[in-house]
Design a protein around this ligand. Structure first.
Ligand code: PMP
Length: 380
């Protein structure tokens, strides 16, 4: 059988990883500033993570959600404490798309409405409602096209209120910081307006923190810079440091009932253990603070480079724009300097999504290599 060929691949085969580094099968060492797409939060193969997962696997790996799994409560308590959302409820699932799909579905169940507002350049996943709320027609199948989802301009409160006045919106979904769209930060004022309009017009605010959450921004959630408390928050990527696990944080006023939501794999022993290990390490090693300090340091260094037109970001979720397409620059960083970076839907943009325990020396290494690549490319 052949693999269904949907991913463009680098010609690299990693066989080992530790901290912010990967090694390929030829022994070449790479600096990972991409984190497997913002997934590696506490660093590759962190000893606490490996220990907890290995121990758990030898006890029990899986049983269904028809039995008591106390690890789910331990995870909910630790997540509540670290995120500041102690009074919210947690629904566990397996991926970012699934978390968003359930969040939108829950909003619709809650207020009986069926329209969702999302914003330009959004990315919320590839399942039916999530992909319809994603501003990329190329990945929306005819089946998923729906009039129930409206894509409105980003950071435009007036346009939003105009639509919400019709009193038929179930939810407004927005990324804490847009990732795939090129690291675009919603203004605090816009986020506050979304919450105000949702409360005023009977809708729910959903913050998609799948990429920007889990300490990456220098706060547990990126939306926390605005002081707003969304009704629903979705999490995935950094939550399990590579183990598939995701969640929906749900306001205490939203009532559950049996069978309202469900999933076979969600909240299994291994997923909970991975997520608990991640929270333990984030807390013990003060990684949210590190993301803030090292992220600011990296942005300062990037802003000194003349060829860089704009730098956007919070903590270790950073994007910078060059004058033209940067595919060649990323290729050279990878092949000649052995540094992984991320792309975005904006061809001129490079995304930096490293582990939250990245060190300043590693930033220096990157800046030095980037300067060399940019100089060589601009001189050509
Ligand atoms: N929301 C956001 C903001 C994302 O960046 C992504 C993944 N790029 C998703 C949702 C979908 O997550 P997953 O691939 O785990 O379904």
């Amino acid at each position: 059988m052949r693999l269904f060929d949907v991913y463009p691949l680098f010609n690299i085969e990693p066989v080992k990883a530790e901290g912010s580094y990967l090694w390929d099968k030829n022994g070449i060492k790479y600096l990972d500033l991409y984190g497997g797409h913002a997934v590696i939060s506490i660093g590759h193969s962190h000893p606490h993570y490996v220990k907890l997962l290995s121990e758990q696997l030898s006890k029990i790996g899986f049983y269904s959600n028809s039995v008591k799994i106390p690890l789910q409560e331990e995870l909910a308590n630790k997540l509540g404490e670290l995120s500041g959302y102690n009074n919210y409820q947690l629904f566990l699932c397996n991926s970012g798309a699934e978390a968003n799909e359930n969040a939108m579905k829950l909003a619709s169940f809650h207020n009986g409405r069926k329209k969702i507002i999302a914003f330009s350049k959004s990315f919320h996943g590839r399942t039916s409602a999530a992909v319809a709320a994603t501003d990329d027609p190329a990945i929306v199948a005819p089946l998923n096209k729906t009039d129930n989802i409206l894509i409105l301009p980003f950071n435009d409160a007036a346009a939003l209120e105009e639509e919400m006045k019709k009193n038929d919106i179930a939810a407004v979904i927005i990324e804490g910081i847009q990732g795939v769209g090129g690291v675009n930060i919603p203004s605090d004022e816009f986020l506050r307006h979304i919450k105000i309009f949702c409360d005023k017009y009977g809708a729910l605010m959903i913050a998609d923190e799948v990429q920007s959450g889990y300490g990456r921004s220098g706060k547990f959630f990126a939306h926390q810079y605005s002081g707003v408390q969304p009704h629903i928050i979705t999490i995935a990527k950094g939550m399990g440091n590579g183990f598939p696990v995701a969640g929906v944080l749900i306001h205490p006023d939203i009532q559950p009932r049996h069978s309202l939501l469900g999933t076979t794999f969600g909240g299994n022993y291994l997923a909970c253990t991975a997520a608990i290990a991640v929270l333990d390490v984030i807390k013990k090693e003060d990684l949210i603070q590190n993301a803030w300090v090292v992220g600011n340091y990296m942005m300062e260094q990037l802003r000194k480079i003349k060829a860089i037109k704009a730098v956007r970001g919070l903590g270790l979720m950073i994007g910078f724009d060059l004058e033209g397409p940067c595919a060649e620059i990323r290729k050279q960083l990878l092949n000649e300097h052995h540094i992984f970076t991320g792309a975005s839907s904006n061809k001129n943009n490079i995304r930096i999504l490293p582990a939250l325990n990245l060190k300043k020396e590693e930033v220096d290494l990157f800046i030095n290599s980037l300067n060399k690549v940019l100089t060589a490319t601009l001189v050509k």
